[in-house]
Ligand binder design. Structure first.
Ligand SMILES: [Zn+2]
Length: 251
């Protein structure tokens, strides 16, 4: 449900696979067919194909703890960089741990129509932090986003958001400890400005991201869409009225 990209780091079963670079710098990978990421360029969840593997001799010489491989996205053919941890430097093969880090992560998207400028600025930075895997920087920016929303919506709006957050907890069945952290991040400073921000891991940040998107939607997007729909209705009504109007003044 929470597509955060973090979960993609551990997509493989942890037994019975092997991945290594042989002495002629060829990559061998049992589960190559299952290699799927969210492409940072085209955003598709696509299979990727290896296109550049470091030279065996270079790796043997320097023995780095991690190696970088370049893949091609099968959907858009743009390069995707993955970093793997080396398990063993053998005489004829270099074994890699199949879990990888995406060097360039897919950017989180959100439509900012109807969102006030001050809130947009802060939440854009929150998304940038999240995309970089800086989850605690992300939490800090979520607090600032919430504060900008409170300033914009006033006391009544803040209380409505608090109710909404509680409603989301039940809707999405969020674990109590994660919910407490989230409430702390978003509302903690309202009760006491010195309330420290709790630390978030990638999973918690993913949940937080979905919840803040939902709060923004409830506070602005839903209302904005309704107001616009009403305006369009009124416009057509007035248009019809203006077509009828000239008849009475035909002199
Ligand atoms: Zn792509």
């Amino acid at each position: 449900m929470y597509q955060s990209g973090v979960q993609q780091l551990i997509r493989w079963p942890l037994t019975g696979m092997s991945m290594y670079i042989d002495s002629s710098s060829q990559l061998h990978h049992d589960l190559e067919k299952n290699l799927v990421v969210t492409c940072p360029h085209c955003q598709a969840v696509a299979h990727i194909t290896p296109s550049a593997v470091p030279r065996f001799e270079d790796l043997q010489l320097y023995r780095p703890k991690q190696v970088g491989l370049v893949y091609l996205c099968d959907a858009c053919h743009m390069p995707i960089f993955l970093r793997f941890t080396v398990r063993v430097y053998g005489a004829t093969r270099i074994e890699l741990s199949p879990q990888f880090t995406e060097v360039e992560r897919a950017r989180e998207k959100f439509s900012f129509a109807y969102i006030p400028e001050g809130v947009e600025l802060l939440f854009r930075e929150a998304l940038a932090c999240f995309s970089q895997g800086a989850f605690n920087a992300f939490a800090s920016m979520c607090r600032r986003t919430a504060q900008a929303m409170f300033a914009d919506l006033g006391e009544a709006g803040k209380l409505r958001l608090f109710d909404e957050l509680n409603a989301v907890r039940e809707l999405a069945n969020i674990a109590p400890e994660i919910f407490t952290k989230m409430r702390n991040v978003l509302f903690g400073a309202e009760l006491d400005i010195r309330t420290p921000l709790p630390l978030l891991d990638g999973y918690e940040a993913g949940i937080m991201l979905e919840v803040v998107k939902d709060l923004l939607y409830e506070a602005y997007v839903r209302r904005g869409k309704l107001q616009q729909a009403m305006m369009v209705r009124r416009f057509f009504l007035e248009e019809t009225g203006s077509h009828i109007a000239p008849i009475k003044s035909a002199s």
